[in-house]
Design a protein around this ligand. Structure first.
Ligand code: MSP
Length: 539
């Protein structure tokens, strides 16, 4: 993508019936890493996240806690969902709540337009509904519980809880009319839904025939009122999906809307259908462009099952960050799991990667280089002398890493992008081992040629760190800021945030003469007993 392009990325908006767990944080971090990458590249970037606050699920939770739904949502947003962003270091540009006035008016406007244009009709819904999913269910989505509390009852396959039988007068969206256009979309825009496994499922689902969608409810009132019939509230998913456009000026600020929309949408694969079928059909009906793409990522598994609070396998993000810090959280989930596939979380794996990759691989490299510049050159980055094949190899590794990582980020293959950058961490570590600057330093006292060689080695290592600070800043923003400061790069190059990531492979940016300063361990040693305590049985 050429610099300056618009890049709008959105996470799903999270239900406020409960506090966040690491599954929610996973989506947030992925979106944030992609947004930071594009921002660092100079693209006109916008990261949106927020909360989904209407519907029966939230209303029931509020009632169970003895408060009104809005008071409940306010409490959860303030005490849990906004603080989550700090816990895992998310730099979002906006935070939308479906109870925001801007959102509620946009939903009413959108719905009225669909109504005026003949896409809505009145009918009767008779069937099943799962409040956990906030979704109308087909018989295929259900099974009969064999044992437990609900033995003999029809339960939702996802929540293992009984569904409710609904018979209501509802308003319907003529979604079936968009079946062919949707199939054409999946065909002509091959990467509209990714990864391939999710795409196949969506195509098969739409091919098997689309029904119309019930988009209102009248048996409870926690929602946005249907503009032409105030005895109904808008179906919570229809309401929630519109956050992606209500947050960027739909209907009120055409310039902003044109600048941002369409978005890249990251969602868990469990909610890909809503985003890749219902949402584009809604947009088509309103005559708006569909999302740029919908990426259904995998689940975090604990003990082989999708981690969830309702199944008591939830782990709070701070349980990890309190011990390992937010950078390690971000790095671990983005590196250890192929984005798009499920991944099992374990404390052992996290601790092992922290030690091997972050502390010994990257952190140690940074400390050693800064320490050697301090020791052998009084803290001033020396100018490189003549380069040998070893230095050329480092420069080539860097150039390839930048190109490969940028292409991977474009495909949303975050793990591949990090792996590409890590080739430079490994190469630099190998380079230092091979070149033995400490041995060269000993000889340098007597031999000026060796002194020049030492300068070349340490310039190469420091310049490599300069590039790593830029390339890894989207993933480990705190550590790379510290490294940038320690390299003394700011005086000659400006703030880390201003370094163009796609040009970070151009060799020789770090100015000789930059003054390094002490660098505390980027990833301090952690007592390995500690992490198992907070998470208990999570391995
Ligand atoms: N409110 C809806 C989304 C509306 S978007 C218009 C919702 N909320 S949610 O809070 O239940 O889930 C939000 C996201 O968290 C989903 O993408 C979901 O897949 C993700 N995750 C929840 N548990 C997860 C894991 N165990 N692993 C990975 N992601 C998971 O759905």
């Amino acid at each position: 993508m050429p610099a300056g392009d618009s890049f709008y990325i959105a996470t799903p908006i999270f239900y406020v019936n409960d506090v966040p767990h690491i599954g929610h944080a996973y989506t947030e971090v992925a979106a944030d890493v992609l947004a930071r990458w594009h921002r660092q590249a100079g693209d006109d970037t916008w990261l949106l996240t927020g909360t989904d606050e209407h519907g029966q699920k939230i209303q029931r939770t509020a009632v169970a806690n003895g408060v009104g739904p809005k008071a409940w949502a306010d409490k959860l947003v303030e005490e849990s969902w906004i603080p989550l962003l700090e816990t895992i270091d998310i730099r979002n540009d906006d935070f939308i709540r479906t109870t925001d006035e801007r959102h509620e008016t946009a939903v009413a406007r959108f719905l009225q337009k669909l109504h005026d244009d003949g896409h809505i009709y009145e009918g009767e819904y008779e069937g099943y509904y799962c409040v956990g999913c906030e979704e109308y269910k087909q018989p295929d989505d259900l099974l009969r519980a064999e044992d437990g509390d609900y033995a003999g009852e029809l339960v939702c396959r996802i929540h293992s809880r009984p569904v409710e039988v609904l018979k209501e007068k509802n308003y319907f969206f003529r979604m079936s009319a968009f079946q062919d256009r949707l199939l054409e979309l999946y065909e002509t825009q091959r990467d509209f839904v990714q990864p391939e496994s999710v795409r196949n499922e969506i195509v098969a689902f739409v091919r098997s025939g689309l029904s119309d969608l019930s988009i209102s409810r009248s048996s409870f009132d926690w929602g946005i009122k249907v503009p032409w019939d105030e005895t109904h509230v808008v179906y919570v998913w229809f309401d929630a999906l519109l956050n992606y456009i209500s947050a960027v000026g739909y209907g009120v600020d055409d310039e902003e809307f044109a600048r941002r929309w369409p978005a890249v949408q990251l969602v868990g694969k469990d909610i890909a259908r809503f985003h890749a079928v219902i949402w584009p059909a809604m947009l088509m009906a309103a005559g708006l462009p569909v999302s740029r793409r919908v990426f259904g990522h995998g689940w975090l598994l604990v003990g082989g099952e999708k981690m969830s609070k309702s199944k008591l396998t939830g782990i709070a993000p701070h349980q990890i960050t309190d011990t390992f810090g937010s950078d390690a959280f971000r790095y671990y989930f983005m590196r250890a799991i192929s984005f798009g596939q499920d991944g099992s979380f374990s404390w052992e794996d996290l601790a092992a990667r922290y030690q091997a990759e972050l502390a010994n691989g990257f952190g140690n490299l940074a400390s050693r280089v800064v320490a050697m510049v301090t020791r052998y050159f009084d803290g001033v980055v020396p100018a490189a002398g003549e380069t040998t094949e070893a230095e050329v190899r480092i420069q080539e590794t860097l150039r390839t890493a930048v190109r490969t990582a940028d292409r991977a980020m474009d495909r949303l293959a975050i793990h591949e992008a990090i792996a590409a950058v890590w080739t430079l961490v490994d190469e630099l570590n190998g380079y230092i081992t091979e070149q033995e600057p400490w041995a060269v330093a000993k000889r340098a006292a007597e031999d000026p040629a060796e002194r020049e060689r030492l300068a070349t080695i340490l310039y190469t290592a420091a310049e490599g760190l300069r590039a790593l600070a830029v390339l890894l800043s989207p993933v480990v923003p705190k550590a790379t800021e510290k490294l940038w400061a320690a390299l003394g790069a700011e005086t000659g190059l400006g703030a880390l945030a201003e370094q163009p990531i796609r040009e970070s492979g151009d060799w020789g940016r770090l100015l000789a003469g930059s003054r390094v300063s002490a660098l505390e361990a980027l990833f301090p040693r952690i007592e390995l007993e500690a992490p198992s305590a907070p998470g208990g049985s999570a391995a």
